[in-house]
Write a protein that binds this ligand. Structure first.
Ligand SMILES: Cc1cc2nc3c(=O)[nH]c(=O)nc-3n(C[C@H](O)[C@H](O)[C@H](O)COP(=O)(O)O)c2cc1C
Length: 219
């Protein structure tokens, strides 16, 4: 079964994430396609990103600046798909979430795995700018951002006392996203098992080194 990590992108006291994420996790559990784990960034107080080649050590088994960073990379690697639940901060994703993504460094842990987003905000936008920005960001990790999303505007009034969304659109959109994640997760599991390409930046560097070596020395 696909291992789905639900990443909670905000950490502040009183966060609306505590209304959104439990609903997302329960629907994901009930979907039946996933082994679900919630990763709450409050439980992962990562340092501000400060890795460099000196902290990495062995590239095949990086040590990192702190054991927590290594554990976070291992936790992200131990997944087949991701569903990020995030509010919008200043037209982007929260800094804690960006830091957590940046901290996945040198391990290629997100590579060739699908990422979907549940966005929300206090206003009419429903987190759409954070959602769009996150897609741009995860491309650089070589994850596969998915087209379909869950958008929750006016999050403070979006859930009833039982923790269920008041708009039927929310449940319908979440089912679409989970079906997409299940499909992509299975497809990419097969693809990874069939063999992965060396990351493009390494192939490019090797090609440039070869081109340099092939240069005829000037007479
Ligand atoms: C620092 C900060 C910046 C915010 N910027 C935006 C914004 O750009 N657009 C928006 O629609 N809402 C914005 N909001 C409102 C949040 O989307 C809303 O408070 C949401 O509940 C935040 O998620 P959280 O409660 O889980 O922290 C901002 C909130 C904070 C705290």
């Amino acid at each position: 079964m696909s291992r789905l990590k639900i990443i909670m992108g905000t950490t502040r006291p009183t966060r609306a994430a505590d209304r959104v994420a439990p609903w997302v996790a329960s629907v994901a559990d009930a979907h039946g396609g996933f082994d679900v784990e919630v990763l709450d960034l409050r439980d992962w107080p990562l340092p501000f990103f400060s890795e460099h080649f000196g902290t990495i050590g062995d590239m095949n088994d990086p040590s990192y600046s702190e054991p927590l960073v290594k554990a976070w990379n291992s936790k992200i690697k131990d997944a087949d798909a991701y569903l990020v639940v995030t509010g919008e901060y200043n037209h982007s994703i929260p800094g804690a979430l960006k830091n957590a993504i940046d901290s996945v460094w040198a391990s290629n842990a997100f590579r060739n795995k699908p990422v979907a987003v549940v966005g929300y905000s206090a206003g009419v936008g429903g987190g759409i700018r954070a959602i769009e920005h996150l897609a741009q960001i995860v491309v650089e990790t070589e994850a596969v951002p998915l087209r379909n999303t869950v958008v929750i505007p006016f999050v403070n009034d979006a859930f009833d006392d039982a923790g269920q969304p008041v708009s039927p659109m929310a449940n319908a959109a979440l089912e679409v996203v989970l079906d997409d994640l299940a499909w992509w997760s299975t497809a990419l599991e097969y693809a990874r098992a069939a063999g992965e390409l060396v990351p493009g930046r390494a192939r490019l560097r090797d090609a440039m080194l070869k081109a340099e070596a092939a240069k005829v020395p000037a007479a």
